[in-house]
Ligand binder design. Structure first.
Ligand code: GUN
Length: 292
């Protein structure tokens, strides 16, 4: 039976670390603020947004909440982003995706100031990640790196296979594994003989969007299997892209759904808010040095 990687526990530890840092900043008179923007009332987005606000409350980060109706004009959203960009007291801006079809998500993402882009979706941050410069890293793949590290799973020199090539997960995941000196393959829906490719992985990240698609036939015995999926099975029960009951007999380590990658995304968002404060030069470096 595989080691179960407990994302709930690890994310809690990260949120506690953030809470401590937020308290320390507060002692220096620095407040951390995240603006959360939702357009429309997609039920899944509402759940995600509420969870992000709850995590802010827990860590002591101030959250500002903005909602637009489904039929809002893109200009209205852009004008709010401009205002938030210019506000000294706002450190992070998050626009929940997906946006309604009449809006152009790329233009909205590009309107967010790169130094407030706590999602790490702005092309400037994507480019920075690609060439190894400082910037914001997308929360889900950053959370997966933390899960691996805090579970004692080493990445350097390992065969890493990421199934999925989205801008939010697959591509940044591959870049982060590469940054950790993994040997990285990106596989996707057009990959030939996916079972063989996936079967080479010491670390397999599944972001296929297809419920329970990854069975033990795709998994090398002893591999670490990370499930990014959030799907529903034939009984409408929450499940991932990995067939957990089957794969947990073969894998060396595995993340459950729920309670694996999901909670890590939010914990890393909190960490990115702290990073924003530092990037914006709000922390006095002399004071930081003094405190060690
Ligand atoms: N929708 C699904 N995942 C995400 C995310 O990480 N950030 C934002 N802004 N929207 C999402």
């Amino acid at each position: 039976m595989a080691q179960i990687i407990n994302g709930k526990l690890i994310s809690q530890a990260i949120k506690d670390e953030v809470k401590q840092e937020v308290e320390a900043l507060s002692g220096q008179g620095i407040m951390v603020t995240l603006a959360v923007v939702q357009v429309g009332n997609d039920p899944a987005s509402t759940v995600y947004v509420n969870n992000k606000k709850k995590a802010c409350e827990y860590t002591g980060i101030r959250s500002l909440s903005y909602t637009f109706p489904e039929n809002a004009k893109q200009e209205e959203l852009l004008s709010l982003i401009q205002e938030l960009n210019s506000r000294e007291d706002v450190n992070g801006i998050l626009v929940q995706l997906p946006l309604p079809a009449h809006m152009d998500a790329d233009s909205v993402i590009e309107a967010i100031s790169p130094v407030k882009d706590v999602d790490g979706f702005h092309p400037q941050n994507v480019g920075a990640l690609c060439i190894g410069k400082p910037g914001f890293v997308p929360c889900t793949p950053a959370g997966i790196i933390e899960l691996l590290k805090r579970s004692g799973i080493s990445i350097a020199g390992k065969e890493c296979v990421v199934i999925g090539r989205s801008n939010i997960v697959g591509k940044p995941m591959a870049l982060l594994l590469l940054r950790e000196n993994g040997t990285v393959t990106i596989a996707h829906s057009r990959t030939e003989d996916l079972k063989t490719v996936a079967g080479r992985a010491d670390i397999l990240v599944a972001a296929t969007g297809r419920a329970k698609m990854i069975t033990s036939e795709y998994v090398k015995p002893g591999a670490a299997v990370i499930d990014v999926g959030m799907d529903r099975d034939e009984n409408n029960k929450l499940c991932g892209d990995v067939d957990f009951d089957d794969v947990s007999r073969t894998a060396g380590a595995i993340t459950p759904v729920p309670g694996g990658v999901g909670p890590m995304t939010i914990a890393m968002l909190m960490k990115n808010c702290l990073h924003a404060v530092r990037m914006q030069g709000k922390v006095d470096p002399a004071r930081k040095k003094q405190e060690g």
